[in-house]
Design a protein around this ligand. Structure first.
Ligand code: NAD
Length: 261
């Protein structure tokens, strides 16, 4: 229970990586603020499950990450309830794949807003209490695509490179406040976001989903294995530990060797 009594807000934590990180932090005793889209009953069941399993308090706020007002309201309510957001995990994200000359403007705007700008709004809103308490952790879930590019993902790659840049800046601005800010850069993780891509690619290429995974998706990932959600949860917990207090401003690849090429 290394983080007992602290509070973590994880954006996009109703599914996938965000939910895994929420579970891993809750297991260390942090109170949790869940956020994300989904069925209200299922989200309430998830909130109750996290509270019961880990004996902590969990709040859900449905702020839409494209809406700055709602993001600010989520941070304000979290601080009002728990006193501070000690650990902020900027994780919410979406994907859209298309050549840039056909890329729909509204998809570009949504990806930049959800995958990058929302992290500006949450960080701006949560840093004052972290500074006041003299402890804080900001963890941005970027991507291997925050470090290198692939075709047809211009908005996603622009947003993720932006997140890596913002991570470095926040780290420098908070370096003497006992606050760290790091980006985690996963390769492919088998979540709904990637399952949608597998389905689309199988249709597009007229091959099976298993072939998409083997021949296309795992092609840049030398280990040929999906990154596990639990591995990302464990890294997030480590970044919150005292042992990691001098790790700041980094973009940590968890990508099976993708960016080593
Ligand atoms: P996911 O689809 O399982 O989860 C995305 C989460 O974001 C969900 O909880 C969803 O409700 C939430 N979300 C989406 N739009 C939102 C909005 N407008 N407002 C609030 N919440 C919203 O996907 P995931 O794979 O777990 O992705 C999580 C993060 O990890 C993303 O930032 C993604 O870019 C990043 N990532 C994923 C992979 C991968 O292979 N899955 C690899 C690298 C990075």
């Amino acid at each position: 229970m290394m983080l007992a009594g602290k509070t973590a807000l994880i954006t996009g934590s109703t599914s996938g990586i965000g939910l895994g990180i929420a579970q891993a932090l809750a297991a260390q005793g942090t109170n949790i603020v869940l956020n994300g889209l989904g069925d209200a009953k299922e989200i309430e069941a998830l909130r109750l499950q996290i509270e019961a399993t880990h004996k902590i308090k969990a709040l859900y706020h449905g702020a839409d990450m494209t809406k700055p007002e709602q993001i600010r309201d989520m941070c304000k309510k979290s601080v009002a309830l728990f006193g501070a957001v000690d650990i902020l995990v900027n994780n919410a994200g979406i994907q859209f794949v298309s050549p840039i000359d056909e890329f729909p403007e509204e998809k570009w705007d949504a990806i930049i807003a959800i995958n990058m700008t929302s992290a500006f709004h949450t960080t701006k809103a949560c840093l004052p209490e972290m500074k006041q308490k003299g402890w804080g952790r900001v963890i941005n879930i970027a991507s291997a695509h925050g470090l290198v590019a692939s075709p047809y993902k211009s908005a996603y790659i622009a947003a993720k490179h932006g997140v890596v840049g913002m991570t470095k800046t926040v780290a420098l601005e908070t370096a003497t406040d006992n606050i760290t800010c790091n980006a985690i850069c996963p390769g492919y993780v088998n979540t709904p976001l990637v399952q949608n891509q597998i389905r689309d690619q199988a249709k597009h290429h007229g091959i099976s989903e298993a072939e998409v995974v083997e021949k296309i998706m795992m092609q840049p990932q030398p280990t040929k294995k999906f990154v596990e959600i639990e591995q990302l949860g464990a890294l997030a917990v480590f970044l919150c530990s005292d042992a990691a207090s001098n790790i700041t401003g980094t973009a940590l690849p968890v990508d099976g060797g993708w960016t080593a090429r």
